[in-house]
Design a protein around this ligand. Sequence first.
Ligand code: SF4
Length: 338
Amino acid sequence: MAGAKTLKEVSKLPKTMHERLERALKLALEEVERRNARIVGIQLPDGLKHYVPEIVDEFEGRGIETLVSGKATYGACDVDTELIREVDVLLHFAHEPIGIEFDRVVFIPYTYDYDIQAVVSLAERIEEKMISLVATSQYVHRLEDVKEELEKLGYSVSLKRGSNRVPKAGLVLGCNFTAVNRGAEAIVFIGDGLFHPRGAAIYSGKKVYAISPLERKLRIVKEKEVQEFLRRRYALVAKAMDCEVFCILATSKPGQNRVKLALELKNDLRSKGKKCYIAYFDEIRSENFPCDCFVNTACPRIAYDDWKKFRKPVLTPQEMEIVIGKRNWENYEMDEIL
Ligand code: SF4
């Protein structure tokens, strides 16, 4: 590998980004060398695609051919199975594996080495003593350290291992909250954004403290935010009660494929006299499918986050069960892939 330009020499990335990317690339290059791969596939989430020129240079400067996946990449559920056929190894960056075995795919972590003391100092505002600690994939690798520091402050900390889909203790995904310990008095989430903390609040019924290491802020998920989210979902469910034609969305993406569930939902709808059919995609779209309502079996976040892109209600499977009277609103659950 001697003689090739390093990322620092060819890139204008900020220092922290250099360090994270260099760490990821070091692992990736070791893996390529170990496998003696001559042509590698590179798959990046959209947020990292603007670093493609620098990343490609790192490999091609060493005489290794690259093919970069052009697919939108949302998670480890979304491995580019077409690209695997063209390369010796596919390097899938920035996601934790989700319990599905892929031949010749290596998941390369892109983690953020956050300041544990800064995180723990924010925890002073946590009133409850028995807490369940969770994080997203960028932050999960340091949860043992956070746990240790919180325990020194007198907290009893649960770091629970969830279902097979989330192989690391405390790891939560937008489609899986099983690492949340519902027996704790409160949940402490480490990560960015509000989707996961709000999901953890609905999943557990407990108070959720969300700590962002990037912003160095602690935020408590307000009951009114949870209620607002549920009100929006309830409005969609109410609207769907009058719908007659349902289009069930299913995907070929390996970690989001729930065709079996789609078939069950179709039977349930038909048994209630509704017209319905399954539309099967790689990338879920809504155009050209006549219906009054969609039911989503692909990534759960499509129903929760992307509903504005659809001109019809988009329900989760659980919400559809409420529409056809198979479930009560009181038993509302977040849609999860286990
Ligand atoms: S299914 Fe959706 S939420 Fe789950 S890992 Fe994939 S992209 Fe993330």
